[in-house]
Write a protein that binds this ligand. Structure first.
Ligand code: T6T
Length: 314
């Protein structure tokens, strides 16, 4: 997807952002609710959100739970809804648990823009902006076939079932792996978004199946843990690891050879598009219900070229 340009970020103030714009724009207040605070993916998305809000002259503030967990995210949604913002931009942490609270927000007249993740029935949402995660999972398998063309056992380490993005990545990877008879798909294991758990799962899987040739780590924290597990097992470079996301830790792992490819998303663009669509909905302009954004596979070879555009900004 090289044709999809990464958007340039010209600075990234944190906290509440507002700027010029018309009086009616100044009355528009948006809240961005991240999947988890401090995740380089959502921090970069926040940059895109704030940059676009500033351009349009609307006010935006950001909050996020300490863990990627619906029991922590739901109370944040409830307290934000009580402040009656014009729009909520949110990455729901679970396809089932977050559906009712967000539907209630929409029923209360708040525009709800889903970013990154979704819920089972998102029909109440103004828009849903997300990477092509099924395509990203397939791209991860394609990267493994390039890195280890000979075939063999491949494994996926994901976060939790019910995280729509990760589930879609797993299904894209699994479908491609099952369709290639040279590879033996060992299935998916769940790390609960905890790098230490992902590391343990990796060393245990390599002890059970020492002939694993490739592991797909389906998000930032899975990739962090898989890289640790690979080092602990002394399998650096012999087992090919493809991670999802391109924060600074992931790029370090790519440079030092514990990870061989990263499927990078465009978080700033997702944030920018969501602010734009919410603004359109609030000002009577045309709204696009679903916006797919691109991804790019970064390797050591393109990291100093085109790949550099896709590294997250934090
Ligand atoms: O991979 C991203 C995001 O797309 C996913 O929904 C949850 O995990 C990340 O935030 C990375 O940690």
């Amino acid at each position: 997807l090289g044709a999809v340009a990464a958007i340039a970020l010209t600075g990234c103030a944190s906290g509440t952002s507002s700027a010029g714009g018309t009086t009616s724009a100044k009355n528009i207040k948006m809240t961005f609710i991240q999947g988890v605070a401090g995740d380089p993916f959502y921090v970069t998305m926040q940059c895109g959100v704030e940059q676009e809000a500033k351009k349009l002259g609307v006010t935006v503030s950001t909050q996020g739970p300490q863990k990627f967990d619906p029991t922590l995210q739901k109370p944040i949604v409830d307290s934000v809804v009580a402040t009656k913002p014009s729009a909520i931009l949110i990455a729901p942490t679970d396809t089932s648990a977050m559906e009712a609270p967000l539907k209630a927000a929409a029923n209360a007249g708040i525009k709800v823009a889903l970013v990154d993740t979704t819920v089972n029935d998102p029909s109440f949402a103004t828009t849903a902006v997300s990477s092509d995660n099924v395509g990203g999972g397939k791209a991860a398998f394609d990267a493994i076939t390039k890195l280890h063309p000979g075939g063999g056992k491949v494994l996926v380490i994901s976060t939790d079932p019910g995280v729509s993005t990760a589930d879609q990545r797993v299904s894209g990877f699994a479908k491609a792996a099952k369709a290639n008879s040279s590879y033996d798909y060992l299935g998916v294991q769940y790390s609960h978004n905890d790098p230490a758990t992902a590391a343990k799962l990796t060393t245990a899987a390599l002890a059970k199946d020492p002939d694993i040739v490739g592991i797909f780590a389906a998000n930032t924290f899975a990739a962090q843990g898989v890289a640790t597990g690979i080092r602990q097992a002394g399998k650096q470079n012999t087992v090919k690891v493809v991670g999802f996301d391109a924060g600074s830790d992931a790029v370090t792992q790519l440079k030092n050879g514990t990870v061989q490819a990263l499927v990078a998303q465009q978080p700033a663009l997702i944030g920018k598009d969501a602010v734009q669509q919410a603004y359109n909905a609030l000002t009577g302009k045309k709204v696009t219900k679903k916006i797919p954004t691109g991804f790019f596979t970064i390797t050591k070879d393109n990291l100093t070229g085109e790949g550099a555009n896709y590294v997250y900004k934090t």
